[in-house]
Design a binder for this molecule. Structure first.
Ligand SMILES: *[C@@H]1O[C@H](CO)[C@@H](O)[C@H](O)[C@H]1NC(C)=O
Ligand SMILES: *[C@@H]1O[C@H](CO)[C@@H](O)[C@H](O)[C@H]1NC(C)=O
Ligand SMILES: *[C@@H]1O[C@H](CO)[C@@H](O)[C@H](O)[C@H]1NC(C)=O
Ligand SMILES: *[C@@H]1O[C@H](CO)[C@@H](O)[C@H](O)[C@H]1NC(C)=O
Ligand SMILES: *[C@@H]1O[C@H](CO)[C@@H](O)[C@H](O)[C@H]1NC(C)=O
Ligand SMILES: *[C@@H]1O[C@H](CO)[C@@H](O)[C@H](O)[C@H]1NC(C)=O
Ligand SMILES: *[C@@H]1O[C@H](CO)[C@@H](O)[C@H](O)[C@H]1NC(C)=O
Ligand SMILES: *[C@@H]1O[C@H](CO)[C@@H](O)[C@H](O)[C@H]1NC(C)=O
Length: 331
């Protein structure tokens, strides 16, 4: 059979070339890869080879001759376009390489197959809560990728540069990068890892919650301090006011007492006068003068014997005139 096919190849070599699409396929390990091989002429024989190994043969008369569960072909022929789709299922690392399609009598056309590995993406530490204005670091690790992934950050949808560093182990890459951010607002921080086999990058998203310096506490403290200060001022004010009043009132009290005393004495004097039955003038205001007169008239005896003390009045209780009188008469 093989010999027969080979003979056919050699016999009917009319230079008819096929077309293999896509030229480059990047697929994840374990997934499937598809290639379309098409020809404008009806191919009597079409073969698919992977890395030089014949894996599928299609005969115009009998269809797919050789297929396994991993390698298969299906007919997509339309009028004028003889197309077969070659599928590699459960793609293995070893499948990576060159896919070739050849139609009888034509040259082989090739495409490349890239088998890739999808790893994990993780932002270390997860969600973060920071005080407003604090510098925050996010660290992203993309582990177990092939090839080396493209990495980037997205902060609130805006792409940020990732200063990537990578290590390899067993043909897989561990790539990491850090992002330094000043906590200014609640943000969505996303780390993306891309390889050609992925239509959309893999990503990990965390949230940065920004808390303002606790304003309620600040307000509470301010209010408390203000209240304390106000209270202190009020208390101080009251104490100060009372002291002044007391001072003032004690002075007035003294004066009043002195006045009462003097009045009492004058009453006594008047009593004396009544007994002595002597006329004298009280002008109502100048009682000391009256008293002095009385004293003079009584020869100084009666009053002084009854009241050993002098008339107790503040020095400046009366005007200078009275004082002079007093001095004059009392001596
Ligand atoms: C092959 O061709 C068919 C039909 O045109 C299409 O549906 C399919 O997606 C193609 N496959 C590839 C790998 O391009
Ligand atoms: C492929 O499909 C076309 C159109 O349906 C059909 O004419 C042709 O016989 C098929 N080829 C084989 C080998 O089955
Ligand atoms: C089918 O492929 C296997 C190897 O994959 C090969 O040994 C066998 O000879 C092939 N059969 C035909 C009929 O081409
Ligand atoms: C981060 O927060 C979001 C919601 O705010 C939550 O859905 C998610 O599970 C959190 N992630 C971690 C790692 O805690
Ligand atoms: C890559 O990352 C994985 C998971 O974090 C870890 O187990 C492994 O040791 C790392 N490899 C290297 C070479 O750092
Ligand atoms: C790049 O990342 C490393 C850690 O992986 C960090 O120490 C360094 O500061 C970063 N450089 C810049 C410019 O971000
Ligand atoms: C961030 O969100 C939290 C609630 O999710 C809110 O309490 C806080 O005020 C927000 N911070 C800013 C800066 O908007
Ligand atoms: C990786 O990034 C480079 C430069 O930005 C870009 O040219 C390339 O297409 C990217 N590859 C993938 C798989 O996203």
């Amino acid at each position: 059979m093989n010999v027969f096919i080979l003979a056919l190849f050699l016999l009917i070599a009319n230079g008819e070339s096929a077309d293999l699409q896509p030229q480059n396929a990047a697929v994840l390990q374990g997934s499937s890869a598809q290639f379309n091989c098409s020809s404008t002429q009806p191919p009597q024989i079409m073969t698919f080879m992977l890395n030089g190994r014949l894996v599928v043969t299609i005969m115009q008369t009998s269809g797919v001759l050789n297929s396994t569960d991993r390698f298969s072909a299906s007919n997509f022929t339309t009028p004028g376009n003889y197309k077969w789709q070659f599928t590699i299922s459960n793609v293995q690392r070893s499948d990576a390489g060159v896919v070739a399609c050849q139609v009888l009598g034509g040259d082989a056309v090739t495409a490349t197959l890239s088998v890739q590995d999808r790893g994990t993406v993780q932002i270390a530490g997860g969600n973060q809560t920071k005080m407003l204005g604090v510098q925050t670091q996010f660290s992203c690790l993309a582990a177990g990728w092939y090839p080396e992934p493209n990495m980037s950050w997205s902060v609130n949808g805006e792409t940020q540069f990732c200063n990537k560093s990578s290590v390899t182990q067993g043909g897989l890459y561990n790539s990491s990068c850090t992002l330094t951010l000043t906590a200014s607002k609640n943000s969505t921080v996303q780390c993306l890892a891309a390889i050609p086999a992925l239509n959309t990058p893999d990503s990990n998203t965390v949230f940065l919650t920004v808390v303002k310096k606790d304003q309620t506490v600040l307000i509470a403290i301010t209010v408390a301090f203000s209240a304390a200060a106000l209270l202190f001022l009020i208390i101080y004010g009251i104490i100060f006011f009372c002291r002044r009043k007391k001072k003032k009132s004690s002075y007035q009290e003294e004066v009043r007492r002195a006045r009462v005393q003097s009045q009492a004495r004058i009453s006594a004097i008047e009593e004396v006068r009544g007994r002595d039955n002597r006329g004298y003038i009280t002008d109502g205001r100048d009682r000391a003068y009256a008293y002095a007169n009385i004293k003079g008239q009584n020869n100084g005896g009666v009053w002084y014997t009854k009241n050993s003390n002098r008339l107790q009045l503040p020095d400046d209780f009366f005007g200078d005139d009275q004082r002079k009188h007093r001095h004059m008469t009392m001596v």
